[in-house]
Design a protein around this ligand. Structure first.
Ligand SMILES: [Zn+2]
Length: 95
């Protein structure tokens, strides 16, 4: 949850790019303006609904859990509109 990195887009193709995941160490649970720009750009390039997964937690509570929330081109872009939490019960993806 610290530091920065450059997105490695070297193996991304229009056929395999479906989404991205990254953290917000500051605790912001919604995409930034730059995040939305990538959602729009990658959706346009792939012709699919690109997804952005944002990992964050309540930084005012040191014991708070991390949550992964998902956003795409159909999401509400209001800065207070949290996207749905992905796998909130940490259940397996397959049964
Ligand atoms: Zn972000």
């Amino acid at each position: 949850m610290t530091g920065t990195f450059a997105f490695d887009e070297s193996d991304a193709t229009q056929g395999n790019l479906v989404g991205e995941i990254h953290s917000h160490p500051g605790g912001n649970t919604v995409p930034s303006v730059a995040d939305w720009a990538r959602v729009d750009a990658w959706s346009g390039w792939t012709g699919r609904n690109f997804r952005s997964y944002v990992i964050a937690r309540d930084t005012s509570d040191p014991n708070s859990d991390f949550a992964i929330r998902v956003y795409d081109t159909t999401s509400d872009r209001d800065i207070d509109a949290n996207g749905p939490e992905v796998n909130p019960e940490a259940a397996p993806c397959s049964s």
